[in-house]
Design a protein around this ligand. Sequence first.
Ligand SMILES: *Cc1c(COP(=O)(O)O)cnc(C)c1O
Length: 465
Amino acid sequence: MVTPPSPSSIFEKESLVFLEKALEILESGFSELTPRAASPTDPKAVGDVIFEVARRLQDNYPYFHPLYAGQMLKPPHPVARMAYALALWINPNNHALDGGRASSRMEKEAVAALAAMIGWKVHLGHLCSGGTMANLEALWVAGRLRPHTKVVASQQAHYTHARISAVLGLPFEAIPCDRFGRMDLEALKRCLENGEVGTVVATIGTTAAGALDPLPELLSLKDQYGFRLHADAAYGGYFFLADNLSFQARRIYERLPAVDSMVIDPHKHGLQPYGCGCVLFKDPAVGRFYKHDSPYTYFTSDALHLGEISLECSRPGAAAVGLWATQRLLPLVRGGVFAQGLEESRKAAVALYERLRGDARFLPAFPPELDIVVWAVRADRVTRASRMARRIFDEAARRHLHLALAELPTAFFDLEGAGMEGDQETLTCLRSVLMKPEHHAWIGRIWEILDEATRAAHRNEASLP
Ligand SMILES: *Cc1c(COP(=O)(O)O)cnc(C)c1O
């Protein structure tokens, strides 16, 4: 068994010292101003409130801890947290250059680095509140270029695409998936034959299972049918940098630069606080759709600034500062520390998958392409397997291992091989997103708890009448 690193504390607090020093440096930039009185708020009252907040916040799952291995949640990097917090003393607004000069420049640099990561030398792009907003902008541009045409995405695509299409007034169709959770190409071709498809969304890392839609084949179909291709890489985008992907995944990532637009979420795998998504367009000319002439916004520069290429008006400069600082410390390069973190996550997923595969109590769906593992509990029939998954989920949580549940098509599992009766179309299975690099070192401990939780769940099941 791999022993977890010996613990020192739960939270990282060392960075507070740097934050205080950095605040002094920031303040010295404004030393010509007349000092002003501190705000008159009663310090005791402030203390009472913030201590109450600390107690209220105790009511959370420990998302920051390696034994939280459930949903897509992880803490920001300390440097992102510090940079974000530092920026709040200014509170810049990146809606216009004059709302935050420094943070606007940092946003442009940070976004250019994301574009450069996939090899785009020119691009148009900006940060926004998250993957939903970023996808909305990408599909909005797609709709402007191909009005009244259909948007299609796989049945495993994020639910946001159907809703966004409805918001934009574009017809939407979900394309069935193959047994590996990828868009089914035959089903897509049948849909393309109808001739109404304007945009295909390729999911690069599905939210449920981390599956990758077959980009090389989708690009061939794009040549044939001429649709616009958007990559929703909100979750999986950064794995472009990982060196330990499967041959098949590598082949998909290699073609990522060929898409028309892409979404990547720095607040998913980019070590950022929430409120940081990014949309990128390959052709900067789409900026023309964003044109507005608000009498309120103060346009002082001739260059297209960020407020002119974004649907949102006010945007947190602090988010750009956090991302810029993180990329400065951990550049987006193959073989770098950041890339190694992603590789560790993937190793953790492969290690967990191998253990599950070798254990007669479990039935993993398919090998993980990224760092998400989904598996069923073997039972005589799907309804029982689903109930067992929920029991194991509860028993694991009681032992401080936090997993997730997912409702997936039974087609993702080899029910026949496992001798299971498919008495339902979908199956409740267990899901683990191993997105912290430390997860790799903790797989031994995670497995021990999963094993105990599974035994307990089977005991409870057996005691039923
Ligand atoms: C998380 C996710 C989204 C939604 O992004 P938010 O940042 O949560 O708004 C969209 N698509 C995929 C593939 C995702 O994983």
